[in-house]
Design a protein around this ligand. Sequence first.
Ligand SMILES: [Zn+2]
Length: 350
Amino acid sequence: MGYEVDYIPVGNGEKSGDAIAIRFGNLSGSRDEQVVIVVDGGFKESGQKLVEHIRIFYRTDKVDIAISTHPDADHASGLYEVLDNLNVQLLLMHKPWEHAEEIKNLFKDGRITASGLEDRLEKSLQNASDLEALATKKGIQIIEPFQGVNGYQGGIHILGPSKEYYEQLLPLFKACPAPAKGLGFLAPLPRLVKEGIKWIEDNFGIDLLDNDEEETSPENNTSTVILFNIDGHKLLFTGDAGKTGLSLAVDYAESQGNTLTDLAFLDVPHHGSKHNISSKLLKRIKAATAFISASQDSPKHPSKKVTNGLKKHGTKVYVNRGNSISHRHNAPERGWSAAIEEPFHNRVEE
Ligand SMILES: [Zn+2]
């Protein structure tokens, strides 16, 4: 079996995003010997590019599974294009509004009702509700990707979030009313605004990712974490998951006998942000190759601390920066030039 993982460029400047196409199976065989998956679609433009990419390089209109990792616009809005223009068989996405009943008592205002909350979530998480509406209109089945969901004889396995963790995070979404007292413990600490960039030295002997505190949003931590196992080659996709979401996903994988220290491929979380990974996690998640989806000229993505941290573990790191990049195994020659590996940076932002 072969596989190819394609990162389509998303956004510019501050705005990074994810638009990923994956194909595995007998890649020199016919379409029914292959599986095509889309993980997020970036913004509208990258969603259109994804559609084109799948038609040109995978020579098909059929997508077996489209996965929306979380409802943020830089991941979910382009998926609308994929659902609208290709023949999608199954959509994996969380439906926040369907959890209203379970979480309605977790708010400061005791008068919140399930239907009021449902309405509010549907209206404020427009990208996700638009996706659901389109899927329903087109008769596409939707499954919520919670821990344990799997398919293709374990070829695809959802490692996180668990339903329980998801429902802990949901009341903390910006779209929700103020949570009841004591529920804020999962929210990230406010960050100090830094004036200018201070540069510090880095080398293979030091650890600059030793901060284990949670620093990303509850929305990001609901990101679906997906493990592919293709003929023994493990590929891990992380969306914008944070340190808590990721370590819970690794805990679960390990409990299932799936170690993540021998990955062929890692999708680095949150466009390479330094707020989503720690050296503790990098000891539990090790890959031969890592890809980072970051916009061209992004000032903060990826963090040099993160790309260096990965390189300290022997991982080859590639960043798309406005180009399409492809990770391939037993895949037909495409004539693309070799991507350039991210170098080790001797100076990094503090
Ligand atoms: Zn993102």
